[in-house]
Design a protein around this ligand. Structure first.
Ligand code: MG
Ligand code: ZN
Length: 361
């Protein structure tokens, strides 16, 4: 009898411990968020993200995340992915070919997360350091068989209903530079937009805002871009958070990829640290707005970037590159906020779309 008593007690203790382990640590974590901020570091593989720990004077904002996963980046037609197929996977959930902008393998348009949530009265925004017509942002609002159809992609913007748009791209909007001579600035105005092409305005307006501050991509950090990305992100959050129904904001650090293609460490690191600073803006916003989920990831890795030893000196890092193109390595995904537990693990790029849509439906 004594032994049976001990066994029963033992089972009770084990069950209690098992229950504690399986129960949510924090009730807040399992709640559904209202807002999503998706930050995409173009070309930001694990070595690039790791570089923030070695090349920033303070602790990088990556350190503030509590859920981490890995994304398998291949495209439908290629082991190594480009930004168009990847962003289309994130924006639509469809596995497609390199170069595809919001279209499937048959080049048929597929609805994007932005197109799906606008009818639910959710606010949307896009901020990037490339042109707004470049592959990553374009895949969230446009449909084109080729990423190079910048003029066609630009023509989607005035009727996109996106509340806040900021980046470069005037050369694809200017009437005298367009083959069809359409006046897209006029079309923006007719669709309730206030357009700005000189500098980042210092406050948001009641109208939808479209801000284009470069002909094509924005200046590099090394050329004095300054705080455009963190400041435009702050502005977007200020504007979009007025909607009580929630918002979706996509922010892109586009030129981490361009530094990788150039095999230029200074270019890559300065863009990465600008992106890290912008992640800080998003996390600070979420700290005051608890119904916000922050997701940080990349579309693919660029440059085969590695934090190598400097000729065998294990106390010195000499970054090296193995390619001028992209690589097939998995990319990290970081999440923080209500629902973050759904973003850990290893999964394909197409799975991110449904995970985000589950929050909005
Ligand atoms: Mg990009
Ligand atoms: Zn690239």
């Amino acid at each position: 009898m004594k032994n049976i008593g001990k066994i029963i007690l033992g089972i009770l203790v084990i069950s209690a411990v098992a229950y504690r382990l399986s129960a949510p640590r924090n009730k807040q974590e399992s709640k559904k968020p209202k807002n999503i901020i998706l930050l995409i570091g173009d070309g930001m593989g694990l070595s690039e993200a790791s570089a923030s720990y070695f090349f920033k004077d303070s602790v990088p904002n990556f350190d503030r995340f509590t859920t981490i996963g890995l994304i398998k980046t291949s495209a439908a037609d290629a082991l190594v992915c480009d930004s168009a197929a990847s962003a289309t996977a994130y924006a639509t959930g469809v596995d497609t070919y390199n170069g595809a902008i919001g279209v499937d393998m048959q080049k048929k348009p597929v609805p994007t997360i932005i197109e799906k949530i606008i009818p639910m009265d959710i606010s949307t925004g896009i901020v990037t350091t490339s042109s707004v017509m470049h592959a990553t942002p374009a895949s969230f609002y446009a449909h084109a068989a080729s990423r190079k159809s910048y003029q066609d992609i630009a023509a989607f913007l005035p009727t996109s209903k996106i509340d806040f748009i900021a980046g470069g791209g005037t050369e694809f909007l200017d009437k005298d530079k367009r083959e069809d001579a359409r006046d897209l600035y006029k079309e923006f105005e007719n669709n309730g937009y206030e357009v700005e092409t000189n500098s980042l305005p210092n406050k948001t307006t009641e109208k939808k805002q479209a801000i284009f501050l470069a002909e094509d991509g924005m200046d590099k950090m090394l050329e004095g871009r300054g705080d455009f990305l963190p400041n435009a992100t702050k502005m977007a959050l200020d504007k979009l958070s007025k909607n009580k129904n929630g918002f979706f904001l996509m922010v892109e650090g586009a030129q981490i990829d361009w530094g990788g293609h150039d095999n230029d460490t200074d270019y890559l690191i300065t863009e990465l640290l600008d992106f890290d600073k912008t992640i800080g803006v998003a996390l600070d916003f979420a700290a005051k707005n608890a119904e916000t989920l922050i997701i940080v990831t990349a579309d693919h890795e660029t440059g085969g970037f590695t934090l190598s030893t400097d000729d065998g000196n294990y106390n010195k890092i000499k970054p090296t590159f193995s390619t001028g193109g992209h690589s097939a390595t998995m990319v990290p995904i970081f999440a923080k906020g209500p629902g973050e537990e759904n973003f850990g693990g290893i999964y394909k790029n197409t799975a991110l779309f449904q995970k985000m849509m589950d929050i909005f439906k």
